[in-house]
Design a protein. Structure first.
Length: 91
């Protein structure tokens, strides 16, 4: 398990919105483009890019999902107190 990961994410308020975004990704739309349009996180300006972060920097559910991904892999929908996330490991 790495000590740090570089991820992007899409954050939405509802599970329905998350499923719609995930479906768009699965149909081949670029992750960053979807993040810019639908995400409610300020990171949307950067295509959802959160930069590199270490353990203990994100909420537990987000961290668990992010640190289990391989480079280029996209997570299942992950629920946190902030909403519903789709996470992509960039590096």
């Amino acid at each position: 398990m790495p000590n740090k990961v570089h991820c992007a994410h899409i954050l939405v308020k509802t599970e329905k919105e998350a499923h719609a975004a995930l479906e768009r990704i699965q149909k081949g739309e670029k992750f960053a483009n979807i993040a810019k349009v639908v995400s409610i996180c300020p990171s949307k300006k950067h295509g959802g890019d959160l930069g590199t972060f270490g353990r203990g920097k994100m909420v537990k559910e987000f961290e668990k999902a992010a640190f289990t991904l391989q480079k280029g892999q996209i997570s299942p929908i992950t629920k946190t107190k902030f909403g519903y996330h789709i996470i992509k490991r960039l590096e």
